[in-house]
Design a protein around this ligand. Sequence first.
Ligand code: C5P
Length: 219
Amino acid sequence: MQIAIDGPASAGKSTIAKLVATKLGYVYCDTGAMYRTVTLMALRAGIDVHDADAITARLPELRIDFRPTADGQQVLMNGDDVSLAIRQEDVTNNASAVSAIPAVRADLTQRQRDIAAAGNIVMDGRDIGTTVLPDAELKVFMVASVEERARRRFLDNQAKGIDVPVEVLEQEIAARDHKDSTRATSPLKQADDAVRIDTTHMSIDEVVTEILLLHDDRE
Ligand code: C5P
């Protein structure tokens, strides 16, 4: 069984996807972390994030692995733990440019399909239901208001000691949504057969329960 969870930035996809995967005993794949890792690689190498050729040339030697931990998973870039580095603001704000490069998308889409081929999976991102796993048995498109998403990001950031005003986060989230929805290759878009869940006024538990019910319906 494949569960695809797509939606705009900070809609709660990864929190929910992780919990659903744990409850079902499925593998969880965070595709945003993969785009973030490519972005981090470019920033660390001093490559302009719009330089498609230079970034593409580095992809064959870029290894991205997920390593399970007691409370989730680590993201490894060529064996180094980059779980925290890929959540920093510079990576967050440059990831949309890197993810608009068609060769980057083709490369990561293939890696994501390989991961999914191994068995039951919950995968979250922007184009999972439309492009990566078009035959997924369950597709969810998760949305929430920009204000609520900025509020959640603000609280997350506070826990990590990152200090960005909520108004700035609202602008960043709106800008990222715009770039992700208007790019030419696999833009953020609800799949025709996806179930839309607006989480603005829902608790994490309520969303998880709804997805588990949808999953049970399809079994
Ligand atoms: O989900 P997350 O916010 O970590 O994703 C970071 C960025 O990676 C997104 O803003 C988007 O540009 C890109 N992304 C994508 N396709 C995916 C997952 C993420 O383009 N499947």
